[in-house]
Design a protein around this ligand. Structure first.
Ligand SMILES: Cc1cc2nc3c(=O)[nH]c(=O)nc-3n(C[C@H](O)[C@H](O)[C@H](O)COP(=O)(O)OP(=O)(O)OC[C@H]3O[C@@H](n4cnc5c(N)ncnc54)[C@H](O)[C@@H]3O)c2cc1C
Length: 565
């Protein structure tokens, strides 16, 4: 079912051009059967919990431990960029350069390359957002130039097979090996990469390790988190499923491993040198197919600058001028009170180690007391960055959460109403609840909304509208410029009370109160819904009646949730 989004702002809002987007809303209703013909069931998900099925992260760990030492004849090393699109503080890149320098001592002809692999079927299957993909392509262009200054060529390969295979397929492994060996004319090659913790990507690496041979060796590193998933366990050696005790351990861990007075984490910096012979830069020739960008309003087309330098100056600016007001400003809808770093963090253009190191300076060298009593703005900012680590830890421990099964399996019994028309109206910001609509329109126009906005709209969809939270999670994935699967699933699980360490099901946000508290002057709402009349209580013929009564829908949500949980 394809429809043109009917929302068209009034002429008195010249800054909001008409949204001319044709949307297929049904794609958000279920798992994509083309790529996942046999979606995981609750029963098989539970096998991860009762240990009758090994978690991909465990399988990967075992395979890595079994790896043989590198072959002496290896003379080519490759760093495989994934979502770590940076040169600074990139562990696997650092290791790659280190390895290259060792090889170079015995073999002056040793070569160092960087690669990035495009697989559009991964993007389709994962519902990646056009905003984010466009940003990534810009980032790759800039990264290619920066690497060229170090005499490291960045090659962009495209995997394309007639079966629409994902990168965890045997077809991909064959392609990947062939491409690597083509580059080295059949000589053995060592490849470094940072681990991506989504299940599909973990199985891709497992397959590559299982098929690793004398010619191709893949070395994987934990780089995306400050503290790698699995490192922190309870006193009894079990896995944490609640944030606060896990966070206490996280803080203790950082304090214990503190580098020196200038840093809480060790940073991995490669030397600015000329690594290979000079080469002719061949910019890659690839443009994103229309199917990925058609959800983005063309007239609004403006991406943040996709460079490491831009990420770094955003961080500096935040720490110097905004971080002290973070506690008060972060939830306000019309303020730009947060760091805005998520687009850079989610694509790996800046490391969270670097962020915490610099925040640590602003915090006068303190990263929380043991009692976690410091609630200063800067400490709370660091805590938010820790949530990201926590959600990755969760995704590794409960891998089915990245396969569209909620952490709390009992919530699969919730009787969602799943009205497709109601869902569509939520998507396009036409529910008749101004605070929700303003946020959803901002998401459509810009690809970014702050954390409070995500909580408000996720709570409204799953509780007041009783639409399966997974429909909304997919919509966010497709529209966020900063999408990060573990944080998105974590956030949706929290708001819909189906996830890990979630808010209790009886906590249903009151939309009127949220609007009063976080947009008291209605500045944000009026910006995005210019057709709303100025005086409170009056309605406009251009703006719909509310889809639901807030009080009644709250009561209904409580009943439906209670009967399932
Ligand atoms: C329903 C829902 C969906 C979400 N989806 C995503 C997503 O796809 N990608 C994403 O990066 N974040 C997601 N979040 C978390 C959070 O909303 C964003 O990280 C934040 O809004 C990004 O803006 P910022 O960088 O200015 O944040 P800041 O407040 O400046 O925080 C700095 C960084 O800390 C991390 N962070 C902050 N809050 C959280 C949080 N609650 N959970 C996990 N990490 C956090 C992010 O990496 C963020 O960039 C989601 C939250 C909810 C409730």
């Amino acid at each position: 079912m394809k429809r043109t989004i009917p929302f068209s702002p009034k002429a008195n809002a010249p800054k909001l051009p008409k949204l001319d987007i044709v949307h297929d809303f049904e794609q958000y209703h279920s798992v994509n059967k083309k790529y996942y013909p046999n979606p995981i069931t609750a029963k098989s998900a539970n096998q991860f919990n009762n240990k009758s099925r090994a978690k991909p992260i465990e399988i990967l760990g075992k395979l890595q431990r079994k790896q043989k030492p590198l072959l002496k004849e290896t003379s080519t090393v490759i760093h495989w960029f994934r979502n770590d699109l940076r040169i600074h503080d990139n562990l696997a890149l650092y290791k790659c350069v280190e390895l290259y320098q060792q090889l170079k001592q015995n073999n002056p002809n040793a070569k160092l390359y960087a690669i990035y692999v495009i697989n559009e079927d991964d993007w389709r299957a994962h519902m990646d957002s056009g905003w984010q993909l466009s940003f990534i392509l810009e980032a790759l262009k800039n990264l290619q130039k920066s690497l060229a200054e170090l005499h490291i060529p960045l090659l962009v390969w495209k995997f394309d097979d007639f079966k629409s295979s994902l990168s965890n397929s045997k077809e991909f492994v064959t392609f990947f090996k062939e491409k690597c060996l083509e580059l080295t004319s059949g000589e053995p090659v060592a490849i470094t990469a940072n681990i991506k913790y989504q299940t599909d990507e973990l199985y891709r690496d497992i397959r590559l390790l299982e098929h690793g041979d004398q010619q191709l060796q893949l070395k994987l590193y934990h780089d995306s988190c400050i503290v790698a998933p699995g490192l922190l366990t309870t006193g009894k050696g079990t896995v944490y499923s609640v944030f606060t005790p896990w966070y206490k351990k996280w803080v203790l861990y950082l304090n214990k491993h503190k580098e020196n007075s200038s840093g809480i984490c060790h940073l991995y910096e490669i030397k600015p040198a000329k690594y290979n012979e000079k080469f002719e830069l061949e910019p890659f020739d690839y443009s994103l197919p229309e199917e990925f960008v058609k959800y983005i309003p063309k007239s609004q087309w403006s991406l943040p600058e996709a460079s490491e330098a831009a990420a770094s100056s955003l961080l500096n600016n935040f720490l110097q001028t905004k971080s002290s007001k973070y506690n008060n400003a972060k939830d306000m809808l019309s303020l730009d009170g947060t760091s805005g770093l998520s687009v850079y963090i989610s694509t790996g253009m800046i490391s969270t180690r670097l962020i915490v190191n610099q925040a640590f300076q602003v915090a006068n060298g303190q990263i929380m007391s043991k009692a976690l009593k410091d609630n200063s703005s800067i400490q709370n900012f660091i805590k938010e960055v820790a949530w990201r680590d926590f959600y990755k830890h969760c995704m590794c421990n409960w891998p089915y959460t990245s396969m569209e099964i909620p952490y709390r399996l009992d919530t699969l019994d919730i009787k969602w109403e799943n009205d497709p028309v109601v869902f569509e109206r939520w998507c396009i910001g036409n529910t008749g609840i101004p605070v929700v609509d303003a946020i959803m329109r901002k998401l459509l126009y810009t690809g970014y909304i702050n954390n409070r906005s995500r909580m408000i709209t996720a709570s409204f969809l799953s509780k007041n509208l009783l639409v399966d939270w997974r429909w909304g999670e997919r919509w966010f994935r497709k529209h966020l410029i900063d999408c990060d699967l573990s944080s998105n699933i974590g956030g949706w699980g929290f708001c819909s009370s189906t996830g890990i360490d979630a808010q209790p099901y009886f906590r249903v946000f009151n939309m009127d109160l949220q609007a009063k508290k976080y947009d008291p002057e209605m500045e944000f709402i009026k910006k995005w819904i210019p057709e709303l009349p100025n005086s409170v209580g009056r309605r406009s013929k251009d703006y719909p009646e509310p889809l639901v009564d807030l009080r009644d829908s709250r009561e209904r949500a409580l009943e439906v949730y209670k009967s399932a949980m």
